[in-house]
Ligand binder design. Sequence first.
Ligand code: FAD
Length: 441
Amino acid sequence: MSEISRRDFAKLAGLAGVGAWASSAWAPFAIAQGAAKVVIVGGGAGGATVAHYLKKEAPELDVTLIEANPIYSSSFFSNLYIGGLRTLESLNHNYGGLRRLGVKVVHDFATDIDAAKKTVKTRGGRTYAYDRLVLSPGIDVKYDSIPGYSRDVSRTMPHAYTTAAAGKRALKQQLTAMRDGGTVVMVTPTDPYRCPPGPYERACMIAHYLKTKKPKSKLVILDPKKAFSKQPVFTEAFDKYYKNIIELNLTTEIDDYAVTSLDPKTKEIVTKAGKKVKADVANIIPQQRAGEIAVKAGCTEGDWCPINPDNFASKKVQNVYVLGDASIAAPMPKSAFSANSQAKVVVADILGELAKKEKFPARYRNTCWSLLAPDDDVKIGANYAPKDGKLDASGGFVSQKGEAADVRKANYQESIGWYDGITADMFAKAGPAAADQKKAG
Ligand SMILES: Cc1cc2nc3c(=O)[nH]c(=O)nc-3n(C[C@H](O)[C@H](O)[C@H](O)COP(=O)(O)OP(=O)(O)OC[C@H]3O[C@@H](n4cnc5c(N)ncnc54)[C@H](O)[C@@H]3O)c2cc1C
């Protein structure tokens, strides 16, 4: 990562605080319990960051990261791949940096958690004991939230909304294979779901692809919501760039675009209001819930996991933290930026507990960028802090309609710096450990 993007990321992520606790108030760490064991399930935006900073700040800790896949294919920036502005490979990241730092990276699937015995079981038949457990498993898709949809049907009508590369590839291949003049249908979920602006950035990127490669085609959005994130700037972009391509069907008081049936053979989709659309390509994004392992751990209430906003400790199970998309952190959105920010607080809390250090007030931050068209990028963000048992937002900002092209282009450059920065931060790609490794040859 370049020095500029590293600096930009630190600035964007509000990392001054992390640097501060890492280098002064929190160091050196005298781990009261010797090689205390921390097990992390899920090596994505939340879990990989926790593994990185725990091991970096307290090398004597025994840190195990259980992650199902050897390669992380980021959901964030995947819309740019769909739009033809980025390769699928550019979304890939491995765990070499974390391994070099001393994190025990295990590629296996966690299947069960015994909170009383403080153990995690994996599909590979191993059992891992922990003093502290961190869960950042992201989302599972609720296939049955859309009549006619299923895991099987998702192979032909992909959601492309998780870290699985196959779904993204399938959606892109179907768009590429579609005739000019075809109809793409997008079905969007109701709140809460991963990345609130994600479906609408995707709509822009699909429409950009159609406009440049298959201009006679159209994109029909069936939206069960009445409103969505950054709506004014998205609808402005739909009108400005994709007027004859995007048809947005938003639910109103009388009209309802929730899907009531979907036929995978004919690809006909019907809504509650009786609208019928026959898709050539269908991108179905269903409702979501916390990753299954959070359910197994007993951390869920309904679909998601209640947490203490001071430290993201589970409100339901002792010695367990839940962060990222799986947690109930509203008004923080379910985003990679949020998960990475929450991870820093989880690390500080674990080190505070194990080293019996004073704890400092938690502070969080989020920014979400969305690309509307090449070089036209918008953003939304805020700071968050615990207040009265909840998270309280302050300093919020959002892009406005009619902004100058150079402002939007600067947003795009900023988003690229953020992507490079957060992935380096998650996977310990740069910094002292990587530099030491290089020196060591
Ligand atoms: C189209 C799209 C665009 C997006 N754009 C942005 C954006 O611009 N900015 C932004 O900040 N966010 C964006 N996001 C959201 C972002 O991807 C997520 O919020 C973020 O990845 C959440 O981090 P997480 O750690 O909770 O989960 P993830 O990053 O999904 O990581 C979870 C990991 O856990 C692993 N796992 C799950 N269960 C198990 C188990 N039982 N055993 C072992 N491993 C397990 C998975 O393999 C996965 O690697 C976008 C999402 C989508 C879908």
